[in-house]
Design a protein around this ligand. Sequence first.
Ligand SMILES: Cc1cc2nc3c(=O)[nH]c(=O)nc-3n(C[C@H](O)[C@H](O)[C@H](O)COP(=O)(O)O)c2cc1C
Length: 144
Amino acid sequence: MNYIIYVSTAAKPMSDSELSDILSASRKNNVSRGITGILIYRYSAEEDMGSFIQLLEGDKAAVMDTYHHIVKDSRHHSKIIIEEGQTEGRQFPDWAMGFKNIDAVDLRAVPGFTNLGKDSFDSDYFKNSSRTARETLEFFYDAD
Ligand SMILES: Cc1cc2nc3c(=O)[nH]c(=O)nc-3n(C[C@H](O)[C@H](O)[C@H](O)COP(=O)(O)O)c2cc1C
C-alpha cells in the first residue's frame, strides 16, 4: 500500500457546502480508484485563511493519478508534499465508506473529515513534530 500526504492552502475560506462538494466528488472517484485516506480542513480566523491536509492511500499508480488530478484544482494552491511511503495495509480503510451519508449540516460528524479549529496548517508544524505526519493523521482519525 502506498500513501502520500500533502498540505495546501484554500483559495478562499471554504463553506460547509463547498467542502461537501469536494467530499462527494472525492468519494465517487476514490471508490472507483480504490483510494482511501483522510482530508482535514482547518480555518484560521487570525489569518482568515483555510488550509488542507490530505492523505491518499492505495496502489501507487492510483495514488499518483489522484494526486495529480487534485493538484490541478484551483480551489487550493501552494501544495507541498510532506510525506510519501508504504504501509502493510490500509491505515484509513473506512474513509470512502464514511461519506455514504454525507450531508452539509453535520459534515463534521463524517468519519474522514475533521475541522480542527482555528489555526492554519503549515508544513513546518509537521517537519518540527516528533511524530510523522501519518501518525498525526492516524491520531485524528482514531479520535474522530
Ligand atoms: C483539498 C481538495 C481535496 C480533494 N480530494 C480529492 C480526492 O481525494 N479525490 C478526488 O477524486 N478528488 C478530490 N478533489 C477534487 C478534485 O480536485 C476534482 O475536482 C474532482 O476529482 C472532480 O474531478 P472531475 O471533474 O475531473 O471528475 C479534491 C479537491 C480539493 C480542493
